[in-house]
Design a protein around this ligand. Structure first.
Ligand code: PEP
Ligand code: MN
Length: 353
């Protein structure tokens, strides 16, 4: 059963990796008597069952605990029960294009914005991204622009993105800003949906994404919101998505405001160890929007890895001056991208030792 998890603070952990259909029916029957519902959260290793509703009813909990196939009822006190490091989902691993986050430094690279009038720039960028050793390709189809008169993106770029994915064999990431984008991106086969910094606290969009990916293995790259909000707010935004059943959410610090004079934002890769203390979610840092200028990006990327990031999301373009969106100012050239990824991977290995 899928649905909105308004209120989840107790989880049923079965002894086996999941309940059988008969056991699920029995458990559902019990919680229904108390006006609650069961929300399945499907992890890579096991499925857990959130009780949605007023689950504090002691009698209901006692009856569930008495079932011989139930290991325990988890009632961790956390605003983000699923994303919490103490959650049973802590053993969940996210895999994109056959690579499991945490097993190697996961690098997403590519253009800020795909130029639909000049698709070859994106195809060449994609080839360079592949050649640089990155794991996934990014390309903006729909763009959240500060200035309403700036290019807002074009749905035609979705075909270009998917064609580049076919040519390189790389999974792709693109930002969605509304439900129609989610539908189109999923239908096209986009592997990772990006929620941008401007929409990071748009709870209707977070719910829509959570619902849309519930039955899929799609991943969400959730940026940290632009304002310097508390970490629990960031992780709770991820919880909104996971609560619908698919916990494949990656946290992406990308710099906050007020800015550090000279940088586009205030670099926040240093929150990585704090996030890792609270949540099991992988952290993929975006150094490009953080500092906002190509010359500063390699250092910011390495800093993120030093702080313990599981991956990087870097803007790159085969010819930055010919790019659109953020590319002229902050995209790395293929040569710098290759060097940055190679150094970042070395640093990642050093950290592992
Ligand atoms: C982007 O990735 O191009 C982008 C707009 O990012 P953010 O939402 O972090 O500004
Ligand atoms: Mn950008």
């Amino acid at each position: 059963m899928r649905g909105i998890a308004h209120f989840t603070s107790a989880m049923i952990l079965p002894k086996a990796t999941r309940l059988t259909p008969e056991q699920l029916t029995e458990v559902t029957g019990i919680v229904t008597e108390f006006g609650c519902k069961i929300q399945q959260i499907v992890g890579a290793v096991r499925t857990i069952y959130a009780i949605v509703g007023d689950e504090r009813e002691e009698l209901m909990i006692n009856r569930l605990e008495g079932l011989d196939y139930v290991d325990r009822i988890d009632r961790i006190q956390s605003p983000f029960k699923l994303m919490d490091k103490r959650s049973d989902l802590a053993s969940h691993r996210i895999t994109i294009g056959g690579v499991t986050l945490g097993e190697e430094l996961f690098v997403i690279a590519g253009a800020c914005t795909i130029d639909p009038k000049n698709p070859n720039y994106f195809y060449e960028t994609a080839a360079a991204v592949k050649e640089s050793g990155a794991n996934a390709l990014r390309g903006g189809v729909w763009k959240p622009r500060t200035n309403p008169y700036s290019f807002q993106g074009d749905v035609k770029s979705l075909d270009i993105l998917m064609e580049a994915s076919r040519r390189t064999g790389l999974p792709v990431d693109t930002e969605v800003m509304e439900e129609a984008h989610i539908t189109l991106a999923l239908a096209a086969g986009v592997h990772t949906l990006q929620i941008g910094a401007r929409n990071a606290l748009n709870y209707s969009l977070l719910r829509a994404v959570g619902k849309a990916i519930a039955e899929r293995d799609t991943v969400v790259l959730l940026k940290r919101s632009i304002h310097m909000g508390p970490l629990s707010e960031f992780i709770s935004a991820a919880e909104y998505i996971a609560a619908f059943g698919n916990p494949n959410v990656i946290l992406c610090p990308r710099g906050t405001t007020p800015t550090l004079d000279g940088y586009r934002n205030h670099p926040d890769e240093s929150i990585t160890p704090l996030l890792k203390e609270k949540t099991w979610a992988p952290v993929v840092v975006d150094p490009s929007h953080s500092v906002g200028k190509a010359t500063y990006v390699p250092a910011a990327a390495l800093a993120a890895v030093a702080y313990g990031a599981d991956g990087l999301c870097i803007e790159a373009h085969v010819e930055p001056t010919k790019g659109i969106g953020d590319d002229p100012k902050q995209a790395l050239t293929p040569e710098v991208l290759r060097k940055t990824i190679a150094q970042a991977r070395q640093l990642w290995e050093i950290r592992r030792k």
